[in-house]
Design a protein around this ligand. Structure first.
Ligand code: AMP
Ligand code: MN
Ligand code: MN
Ligand code: MN
Length: 293
């Protein structure tokens, strides 16, 4: 007896990155890979940038997938960087575009300072080295520096880079002020989309700070949280299932795929959401851009 497809959970992957931010694949190559892995509903969520959305939607449809618009906004909350995913917004919304442009704005000067610090520990020319990996001149990120440090043999892989460089207490860490939580949530909501807390287990918050993040996020109109992500362990799926219930948030699922060579979680390969949660795509049904019949 075969299982009816209707009884299977939807394979939705609502978090990944292309060359438009710090991924290594084009939106078209990501769409093909997602489709090959069985993804049915897809969103490209480049950091602080929606320049790849039209291409991603067209490629999703060409590969028989439904599409939700996406982005991942860098936010400063309680002196930490938090990521807020936006889904299902109108990509032509001027306020959202303007807010994202402002958020991207400081990256050039920050990259120069990262490079200067690396020069102080004997790693010269890192800015130029990182630029070789940059697909979007407005979006130079630590990931591009990490790829350069691996290329020159300073570290074995990008995980080692983030243990030894670019993070707090290590050379190449440059504190940066990103968007505020209230602005990021407002830009997404006013553009008709849903704000989702990305990979909450990744933040080094105390229990009080995490409670404050979820409370303020909710108060400002945030509606979702990533429960099943490439950044969480199965034990963390359970913790954030409970948080979703406690705060009345819908749940999202996404690999956070960046690159075939670097990402340990491929598109569309995570387990389904735990039973009893409201998937974000149910609340965003009216925002899904359906594949042609
Ligand atoms: P940025 O927005 O320039 O601060 O860069 C942040 C990006 O660096 C994240 O989106 C990840 O892609 C990458 N990153 C941060 N921490 C790590 C880590 N520990 N291992 C691998 N990649 C990381
Ligand atoms: Mn990234
Ligand atoms: Mn992130
Ligand atoms: Mn991400």
């Amino acid at each position: 007896m075969s299982i009816s497809p209707a009884s299977l959970p939807l394979n939705a992957d609502l978090h990944c990155h292309s060359v438009v931010s710090d991924g290594t694949l084009t939106p078209e190559a990501l769409a093909q890979r997602a489709q090959a892995n069985g993804v049915q509903l897809w969103a490209l969520t480049d950091h602080d940038e929606i320049g790849g959305q039209q291409r991603a939607c067209a490629a999703a449809h060409a590969n028989g997938m439904d599409y939700l618009t996406g982005t991942e906004i860098s936010v400063t909350f309680a002196d930490n960087t938090v990521h807020i995913v936006g889904l299902g917004f109108d990509a032509d919304n001027a306020q959202l575009q303007h807010g994202l442009a402002l958020t991207r704005g400081g990256r050039g000067a920050r990259a120069q300072e990262i490079s200067r610090q690396l020069g102080e520990v004997g790693i010269h020319g890192a800015y130029e080295g990182a630029l070789k990996y940059v697909g979007n001149p407005e979006l130079i990120s630590r990931t591009h520096f990490a790829r350069h440090l691996v290329e020159i043999g300073e570290c074995r892989d990008t995980s080692e880079v983030f243990r030894r460089y670019l993070t707090e207490g290590h050379p190449g860490f440059v504190p940066h002020r990103w968007a505020s939580l209230v602005d990021a949530v407002r830009w997404i909501r006013d553009a008709g989309g849903m704000a989702v807390i990305a990979h909450p287990a990744r933040y080094r918050f105390t229990a009080n700070e995490e409670f404050a993040l979820f409370s303020e996020f909710k108060r400002h109109g945030g509606e979702g949280v990533e429960v099943v992500t490439g950044s969480h362990t199965p034990a963390e799926y359970k913790i954030y299932t409970d948080m979703a219930h406690e705060f009345g948030l819908a749940a999202s699922r996404g690999s956070d795929f960046h690159s075939p060579d670097e990402s340990h979680t491929d598109l569309g390969t995570l387990p389904p959401l735990p039973e009893g949660l409201t998937p974000v795509w149910e609340k965003l049904d009216h925002r899904i851009q359906r594949r042609p019949a």
